[in-house]
Ligand binder design. Structure first.
Ligand code: NI
Length: 294
């Protein structure tokens, strides 16, 4: 099957009506195989851990084996991810759905380890929104790097939930050290529509669409690569942020802050050293010049 580079009018209408869409193919089998290798390397070497870009979405990073490891913006650690057919096709589709100004927004790599990978709680992606003062639409393109089944944690959606408001959310277990969010609003998980996919297939969902994914009860890792896109923004003075985000205190946030501080301190130290070095070089040159003259 040829990878989808654009959606048909019927697929666009379905996305608008339901808030999600499943595609049998968005890239080639060769690329999926390459991505699996890249993902396995990045997770094995702990890429991004020190700066808080890799963390356990479902845990507290307290030394126990992570139940839902995630890497934010993995292309920062594997620049070859910037040149994929998946990225090109996903951007073309995002522009069909969000308008020609739609741009890549962020991306993440998720590994659901075999037999103990945790469920992803029910949530709306818009509940994670943490940038007051601006409004935009967002969608995510979710691609599994192996088959995604109900047994290993394929995506599940509540159709038409994108037409309602952002519902209340909380940290799982009311523990603000956990990065994930779970919806506490009124909806019927029994009406969920599971979307099993072949490797290199994709689901596309709107930022308000309620979704979840089950645990991985299979013997193989369940890897997924998610690209998020956003429309052009417009000012929104009403939106000041959600309480469930303001109370977050995650270990990844702390690692990120420490990493930024170290970068700042190192930057200042190296600028001071460069200045001192330049002064010393001038004095040595002066001394040599005087010796030569003398
Ligand atoms: Ni999500």
């Amino acid at each position: 099957m040829n990878p989808a580079a654009t959606l048909t009018p019927a697929q666009i209408a379905q996305f608008r009506a339901d808030g999600f869409l499943a595609l049998p193919s968005i890239t080639t089998p060769d690329e999926v195989a390459q991505l699996r290798e890249i993902f396995d390397r990045l997770f094995a070497e702990g890429a991004g851990w020190a700066k808080g870009a890799q963390f356990d979405l479902a845990g507290t990073d307290d030394g126990r084996r992570p139940a839902l490891p995630q890497i934010l913006n993995p292309a920062e650690f594997a620049p070859e991810l910037l040149a994929t057919e998946f990225r090109r096709n996903a951007l073309a589709i995002a522009r069909q759905l969000l308008g020609p100004e739609a741009e890549p927004w962020f991306e993440h790599a998720i590994l659901k380890p075999p037999r103990y990978g945790a469920a992803t709680p029910w949530h709306q992606d818009e509940a994670h929104r943490d940038d007051p003062g601006v409004a935009y639409e967002q969608l995510s393109v979710w691609m599994p790097l192996q088959e995604a089944t109900e047994a290993n944690g394929c995506m599940r959606f509540i159709a038409r939930s994108h037409l309602g408001p952002v519902l209340p959310h909380r940290s799982p277990g009311d523990d603000p050290r956990v990065t994930a969010l779970e919806c506490t609003g009124d909806f019927a998980p029994a009406n969920a529509i599971p979307c099993p996919l072949p490797p290199g297939g994709a689901t596309i969902h709107h930022c308000r669409t309620l979704h979840a994914a089950g645990p991985n009860g299979s013997d193989l890792p369940r890897r997924a690569y998610i690209l998020a896109f956003r429309s052009a923004g417009r000012p929104d003075t009403e939106f000041r942020g959600y309480p469930w985000n303001m109370e977050k205190r995650t270990a990844a946030q702390a690692r990120h802050a420490a990493w930024e501080n170290r970068g700042g301190a190192l930057g200042r130290a190296s600028r001071a050293a460069a200045k001192a070095g330049a002064g010393m070089l001038r004095r040595v040159r002066g001394k040599v010049a005087r010796l030569l003259r003398g």
